[in-house]
Design a protein around this ligand. Sequence first.
Ligand code: PTT
Ligand code: SF4
Length: 607
Amino acid sequence: MKGWSGNIMRIDLNRRKSVVQGIDPNVLASYVGGRGLAVKILWDELEPGTDPLSPANKLVLAVGPVTAYPGPNTGKLVVAAKSPLTGGYGDGNIGSWVSVQMRRANLDAIVIEGKAEKPTYLYIENDKVEFMDASDIWGLDTFEAEDRLRQVHGNNAGYLLIGPAGERLVKFATVIAQKGRSGGRPGMGAVMGSKMIKAVVVKGTKSLPQPADPALSKIGVDAIVATKSKQGYPFWMRQGTTATVEWAQEASVLPTYNYSEGQFDYFDKIGGFMVEKNKVMTRSCPNCVMPCGHVVKDLEAQLSELDYENIAMLGSNLGMDSLDKAAYLNRLADMMGMDTISLGGTLSWAMEASEKGLLRGERLEWGDVKAAARIVVEIAQRSSEIGDLLADGSRMAAQRIGHDSWKFSMSVKGLEVSAYDCHAAPGMALAFGTSPIGASHKDSWVISWEVQTGRDSYAPEKAAKVIELQRIRGGWFESMVGCRFPWVEVGLEFDWYSRLFKAATGMDLNLANMADRIYALIRAFWIREYGGWSREYDYPPRKWFEQPLTKGPLKGARLRLDAYDSLLTEYYRQRGWDENGVPTKETLKSLGLEFTIPTLSKYVKLN
Ligand code: PTT
Ligand code: SF4
C-alpha cells in the first residue's frame, strides 16, 4: 500500500524481544493510523477488564499516512493505552521528532507490552530494539533526562520521556518531548512508568514510505504557502493560542476559581498580550510552519513554554494573578511529566475543598503559588498525604475524602475538563460530555461557533455541529496524524487534507464513515471496559447545573439538566446510538464493526 509503511513493531518487555510484522491493509484502509489504529489494536488485543497499570496493558505509539510528509505541521504522533485515570480509552497527540523518525524507520505503530525488570529505556533504530539500562536517569526530571540521552544518541534521534510523575504512577502523568510538548492527558506517562520505561528513543535511516502520487510534495508545499498567506497568520505568530485568554474573558468562559466563574479580574496579567511582551522565543514540533510554543521566563527566571490551556488552568483557575506564576507551575509540570489541565483541575478542586474545610490539616489558598508549587512536586513524587491524594486526579480524590466533593470535581469520566467554562455553553458541555477520552476540548471545540450563533440554545444543530467537529478533529487529525492548527486556527481549507490523503494513499477520504467507525469503536471499548453503560457517564460536571455564575455579564447563568438530556438524546440519535449511548447493531454493521457485537452483547442489550 502506498503512503503507509505497512509495518508494526511489537516490543515485549517481559521477554526483552521485539518483532516487526506487517499490518493487514484492510485495517489501514479502515482505521487510517494514529487513534484509529490504536483503538483497533487495543480492542483486539487487550483482555476485557485489563488493569491499566499492569504489564498486560499496551502502550501504542502510532503515526499516519500523512505524518512527516511535506505539508503544514505533519510532525506529530498519537500515544494511546487503556487509561489509569478514566478506566477507558486514552490517548494524546504529541509533537515530537519520534513521529518523523518512526516514518523513516518505516513503522506505522510501535506497541509496547509487558514490564521491564528494572528501569529501562528503549533505543529503536529502524527495526532493531536495544533494551538499555536507565538506572542512572530513573528519578530525573524530563529536562535533565532528555539532556543526558541526547549526549548519548545525538540530535538526529527522537525522544519521548516520562518524569517522576510517570515513575510514581500519577494517574495524569504524560509523556514529554522537547522540554515542553506533553501528550497523553489520561495517564499515558503512568502506563509507560508502570512498564519501567523511562524513555523511547527512535532513529530511522530509511526513506519515507513511497506516496501514491509524486505530486504529494508539491501539494504539501502549496498547502504550506496557503497556510502562511492566511489573514490570521501574522497575529497567530505573535500570540498563538495564548490570545484565547482575552477571548475567553470577553465571552465569560475563562475558568476561574475551579470553574465557579467565567471571568478573572487579572486576566490581562496572564493574557496573550502579556505573553507577547515577555516572550523569549518560540518552539515548535517538527515540520511546523506556525509555532505555538511561546516561551517566557517564570517566577524563578527559568524558561517555560506556554499555551492557552496551561495559562488558564494554572492561572485564572487557581487565582494566580501573574503570568510568571502560571509559567512556574507549568514548567514544574513539564519537568515532572504531568498534564497541566488535570493538574490545574485537581489543584483547583483541592483549593475549593480546602476553602470548604474538607481537607484535613491542609490549607491551600487561591493564588498561593508557593504552596501550589510544593504540592505539584509532592504529587509527582507521591511524597505527602495530600500529594498522594491528588495524584489520582480530582474524581478519585473526591471519592477518597467522601462528602459531596465529587460535585465540584470538574471532570467527565475522570478526566478533568479543559479550560472552557460551560455555565452558558451547552454545546461545549455536550462536547466535553461525549469526548472519547473524557472531558477534552480536542475533539470538538464548538464553543467559538456557539458563542457567535447563540449560546442559550439547546437546538439539534448543536448536536450536529459537535459531531461535525468530532469527525474532523477527533477523526481526521488524530488519525492522519498531524496538527490541526493550520485548519482550526488560521483557516486552511479542509480540502487540502483530502488532497494530501489522496496523494499519499491513492484513496479518496470518506471522512464521516472513517471517523464514525473510530468513534463507535472507542465507545465499544469504553462499554466493554466499564462492563456496561449509562448515559450519565456523558454528563458534564454537576457544578454547571447546580451552581450559577455569581458575577459578570452572565451572572445567574447555569445549564438546564432536562434540556441537556434532550440534547444528549439528539446527539445519540444523530450518531445512530440508542437512548443509553450504545451504538445500535445496525450502526455497528454499517461501519464494519460487526465483530464487536458478540462482546458488547455480554454487557448491554444491543438494539
Ligand atoms: C494536549 C493538552 C493541551 S491542548 C495543552 S495546551 W492546547 C496542555 N499542554 C501541556 C503542556 O504544555 N505541558 C504539560 N505538562 N501538560 C500539558 N497538558 C495539556 O495538553 C499541543 C498543541 C496544542 S496546545 C493543542 S490545543 C492542539 N492539540 C492538538 C490535538 O489534540 N490534536 C491534533 N491533531 N493537533 C493538535 N494540535 C495542537 O497541539 P495531548 P503537544 Mg499535546 C507545555 O497532547 O495529550 O493531546 O494534550 O501535544 O505537542 O504539546 O501540542 O492550548
Ligand atoms: Fe506543534 Fe503548535 Fe506547530 Fe501544531 S502549531 S505543529 S502544536 S508547534
